[in-house]
Design a protein around this ligand. Structure first.
Ligand SMILES: NC(=O)c1ccc[n+]([C@@H]2O[C@H](COP(=O)([O-])OP(=O)(O)OC[C@H]3O[C@@H](n4cnc5c(N)ncnc54)[C@H](O)[C@@H]3O)[C@@H](O)[C@H]2O)c1
Length: 284
């Protein structure tokens, strides 16, 4: 792969597994030095799908094996001061911050690594091993725990990361920020409303941030993945007939778009959201 990010430093949040791991490996293969922030750098262990993908003890080790510098920090990004400290530590150790992929997030169902052994919640119909933190409620009546949790892990982690990297990028007069929404933030679906609200807010925030940071030569764009096969999401191949391209998405499908958004291919694109859903949104 062409080393078009050689010498750059990329922060990937939620890079301990899943899509974030895919972004970290892709950018490492393009020559970027990688800093992963995740609340659990070994979070891949709870999903067989993720475990099987691993080629080293952690994603940080996988990046090092590619031949770039890499570091990992275990931080809960819902904690704003802790996020600021993590970013400052990365800038100190790596020398600069050129790219931030704000990928940490998740839906209304508890992460498998948060569940106590034997714990089982209602989950989604027909699925094992997942459980709602509480019930999702309705848009007019959402339990506080659910509302706080879903907004925190999606919207606030994204905003805190952007706010922490911005001063470094402004000083350098360059930077590429990619935020992560979801088609859930574009299509209104009843039971998924707190997640959709958080992701829709990320789309707005991306546009507002792009306006502020544009004069500093910083691009801010967003991706909105649809159904992408990760350990957390599980196998959704049965939904293929609801997708124009007739398949669920892959981690690589998203990583390719992230590559576009963090390289010079997208230098004149900012404030935009790219949907990566195989055409699913238009079918519903
Ligand atoms: N998989 C999909 O189909 C899909 C679709 C649309 C959007 N997305 C978004 O893509 C992102 C990644 O999804 P995924 O399927 O790879 O999920 P995942 O659970 O495998 O990865 C999310 C990562 O974020 C980390 N994380 C969560 N909360 C955190 C916090 N407070 N602080 C630090 N780290 C935290 C987790 O530990 C995990 O490693 C999420 O933002 C998700 O909403 C995924």
């Amino acid at each position: 792969m062409e080393q078009k990010l050689a010498g750059k430093v990329a922060v990937i949040t939620g890079g301990g597994r899943g899509l974030g791991r895919g972004y970290a490996l892709r950018l490492a293969n393009l020559g970027a030095n990688i800093a992963i922030i995740d609340r659990n750098l070994k979070g891949f262990e709870v999903y067989d799908f993720e475990k099987k993908l691993m080629t080293a003890p952690t994603v940080v080790d996988e990046c090092k094996a590619i031949g770039v510098k890499a570091m990992g920090l275990e931080v809960d990004l819902t904690d704003r001061p802790a996020t600021e400290k993590a970013i400052a530590d990365i800038a100190k150790k790596m020398g600069r911050i050129d790219i931030a992929v704000c990928n940490a997030g998740g839906g209304t169902v508890k992460f498998a690594d948060e569940m106590k052994s034997g714990e089982a919640g209602p989950g989604r119909k027909g699925e094992k091993g997942s459980g709602d933190v509480t019930t999702t409620g309705t848009p007019s009546d959402c339990p506080q725990e659910m509302l706080t949790r879903v907004l925190d892990i999606n919207l606030m982690t994204c905003m805190y990361t952007c706010m922490a990297v911005a001063p470094f990028m402004k000083k350098q007069k360059s930077g590429k920020i990619v935020t992560v929404a979801s088609t859930g933030g574009l299509v209104a679906r009843g039971s998924y409303h707190p997640y959709g609200t958080a992701k829709a807010a990320i789309i707005y925030y991306t546009r507002a941030l792009a306006q502020e940071l544009g004069p500093f030569n910083i691009n801010v764009n967003c991706i909105a993945p649809g159904i992408i096969r990760t350990g957390r999401l599980g196998d959704r191949s049965q939904l293929a007939d609801q997708i124009a391209l007739r398949r669920e998405g892959t981690i690589e499908d998203c990583a390719k778009v992230v590559e576009f958004l963090v390289t010079d291919m997208s230098d004149y694109v900012t404030g935009k959201t790219i949907t990566i859903d195989g055409g699913a949104c238009d079918q519903r």
